[in-house]
Design a protein around this ligand. Structure first.
Ligand SMILES: C[S@@+](CC[C@H](N)C(=O)[O-])C[C@H]1O[C@@H](n2cnc3c(N)ncnc32)[C@H](O)[C@@H]1O
Length: 608
């Protein structure tokens, strides 16, 4: 395969809109008969009451119910057993919005990513683009008012290079227009109004941000006085800030099938699901079909493991590869609760997210030392860590550098790459494991930067460094995420695809004997030995065989993380087809090399 595909859009998060239809439920999605994986540790259960909301949340299938608890408010619970990889919920979000950086490369209706030349731009506002007339028509009821507002926005702008309003503002605009159109007392509006708000506990900084958003929204929608808010069911500016608070607490990043963030979406049904740092389900946008009737972007909740009757469904709102202190802070600051999930309440001696190798290399691990100078020992051989200060310093420098490099990823990629290139060896020398923070984050960022900077023509060194980095990412994520987690499935996919990229210089094959080729193909290194081996990556057919093995693994994981019924979503299907063509390529290569070797004069390869 070529490496062009690997340069896929690697852009940062933001939001925009999409057309809104009633959510489509998939009431038969839960398989009540067959739970394929063993039971797992359940979250601490506290008393709950079944809640009823007449007329609302019709997208919830009968096997699920809403319950209320004192600690976490409403949540979604299952009455039936659910297998891993089951699509629990499948619906169109109430609203969705592309981020500014994806407006030119994605359809504003179905969110498909296509080349700009193939997308048709709205001739009036000149902001949104569509695949074709069908997508434009699907979006028209929403875009109608938005189009006028965008034109007004640019007319009022002091210069022609003013950007369109942010995705959050366009999303909120769509919510208000749709509320008015569908009736303030209608189900659609009530579901939005019933989303949880933290208006009363807003931090001063969030209050300020929400107030700024409210001002920009008023300007964008052309509202000239507080009285203008009444048509949307808002009595005062405070009500508008309250709506914005609901929006921020209940917004989901919308992603493409490879998990690249494309924008924001709001679904009051999916927003009923509470958070755990060890979730039993995920929210994904797998792109289940190319059929326009599917009304993409389809939002799905997929189970990651067996969920028993009477268990609560949990997704995670944040990056769960982060250490406990960062997770707790983010959840408190953004969602106003103290997480007490199994992972946050665990009191184990060592947590992989903050771990290093034994200083005596016994094969055991230690917790990373912290600034209080308390003695840290290897959990296996009890050897003490001597250089606490140096390790604490390395981690601090790594965290600061990671934050900076992440902000530079799209603004100044060469500088960001220079930073990741310098910082990773510092953390490795300090002894951090691949799952440890910030080494894992830096390695993921480095992989992304390496892929987006593939030189043309591709060099062997660049390709090999990218493969080594991708294998470290897989190793790091494997320690933290359960099998089938979409992020791990995509990491396997990227590694497999990289290994299958045409190598720049296949000349080395001429130095392999017939039996060596046979051996290298049939005895390709296992993934674990590959990740650790200094001779990694292999080359030629052995590399292709390894690509094949890893993509097989990716496919199994994709089928869980993006849904078995979806065949792993768009990426799962792509990997399925790719595996078939790799099988052919491996057999052609084996035959070709054998034939070439047979045609060589005997002295040609005996004199190596
Ligand atoms: C998207 S909403 C989830 C549904 C919400 N419980 C409701 O009643 O609408 C997010 C909010 O739910 C609450 N929440 C979610 N997960 C929680 C948890 N694990 N513990 C406590 N509160 C939680 C927090 O108030 C959070 O801001």
């Amino acid at each position: 395969m070529s490496f062009a595909d690997l340069r896929a859009n690697r852009k940062t998060k933001s939001y925009v809109q999409s057309s809104v239809t009633e959510p489509a439920s998939n009431s038969s999605a839960i398989n009540t008969s067959d739970a394929s994986q063993g039971p797992e540790q359940k979250e601490n259960v506290e008393p709950t009451e079944v809640a009823s909301f007449p007329g609302l949340y019709q997208a919830i299938p009968p096997a699920l119910e809403v319950r209320i608890s004192e600690k976490s408010g409403r949540g979604l619970w299952t009455k039936a057993a659910i297998r891993a990889g089951t699509v629990i919920l499948s619906l169109k979000p109430h609203v969705a919005a592309l981020s500014l950086q994806h407006l030119d490369s994605c359809c504003s209706s179905c969110f498909a990513s296509t080349s700009t030349t193939e997308l048709r731009r709205c001739t009036k506002c000149r902001v949104v683009r569509y695949c074709d007339g069908t997508c434009q028509t699907n979006d028209w009821t929403m875009h109608k008012q938005e189009c006028e507002a965008l034109q007004r926005w640019f007319q009022a702008a002091p210069s022609s290079d003013v950007a369109p309003p942010s995705d959050a503002i366009r999303c909120l605009g769509r919510i208000l227009w749709k509320k008015k159109k569908s009736g303030l007392d209608g189900v659609w509006s009530k579901e939005i109004d019933n989303m949880q708000s933290h208006r009363k506990s807003l931090q001063p900084s969030s209050f300020e941000t929400n107030t700024h958003l409210a001002q920009a929204l008023v300007q964008y929608m052309g509202l000239s006085s507080p009285a203008d808010l009444a048509q949307f069911g808002l009595k005062s500016a405070a009500d508008l800030v309250d709506l914005i608070s609901r929006f921020t607490t209940n917004t989901f990043a919308i992603t493409d099938p490879s998990l690249t963030p494309l924008g924001a979406s709001v679904s009051p049904v999916v927003a009923l699901i509470n958070h755990s740092c060890d979730p039993n389900a995920v929210v994904v946008f797998p792109r289940v079909s190319a059929d326009p009737e599917t009304q993409e972007p389809l939002m799905q909740v997929v189970s990651l493991r067996e969920i028993s009757p009477g268990e609560e469904i949990f997704t995670s709102y944040i990056d769960i590869t982060l250490p406990k202190a960062s997770r707790l802070k983010t959840l408190q600051d953004a969602y106003y609760f103290a997480c007490a999930c199994n992972l946050c309440s665990a009191t184990s001696e060592m947590e992989l997210r903050e771990s290093m190798y034994c200083p005596k290399s016994c094969g055991g691990l230690c917790s990373l030392p912290i600034e209080d100078h308390s003695l840290v020992r290897c959990v296996k051989c009890q050897a003490p860590v001597q250089s606490n200060d140096a390790i604490v310093d390395a981690v601090r420098v790594g965290c600061e550098g990671f934050e900076k490099a992440a902000t530079l990823e799209f603004k100044d990629p060469p500088r960001a790459k220079q930073m990741t290139t310098n910082l990773i060896p510092i953390l490795i020398r300090a002894g951090l494991t691949p799952s440890s923070h910030p080494l894992l984050g830096l390695t993921r960022l480095h992989q992304s930067l390496l892929i987006s900077s593939f030189p043309s023509p591709l060099t062997q060194d660049h390709l090999d460094e990218t493969i080594r980095t991708a294998s470290k990412v897989v190793t790091g994520l494997t320690g933290l995420l359960r099998d089938g987690h979409p992020a791990l499935a995509i990491a396997y996919t990227e590694l497999g695809k990289l290994l299958a990229v045409d190598e720049p210089s296949p000349g080395h094959l001429t130095s392999q004997t017939d039996s060596e080729v046979e051996h290298s193909v049939s005895g390709a290194q296992s993934f674990a030995s590959m990740a650790l081996s200094s001779s990694f990556p292999p080359s030629g057919p052995a590399r292709l065989k390894l690509a094949y093995e890893i993509l097989l693994r990716a496919r199994e994981s994709l089928k869980i993380g993006f849904g078995r019924d979806n065949d792993g979503g768009a990426v799962g299907k792509e990997v399925r087809d790719f595996l078939a063509s790799l099988e052919k390529e491996i057999s052609v290569w084996k035959t070709g090399v054998k034939n070439a070797l047979e045609d060589m004069p005997k002295t040609g390869h005996s004199g190596r």
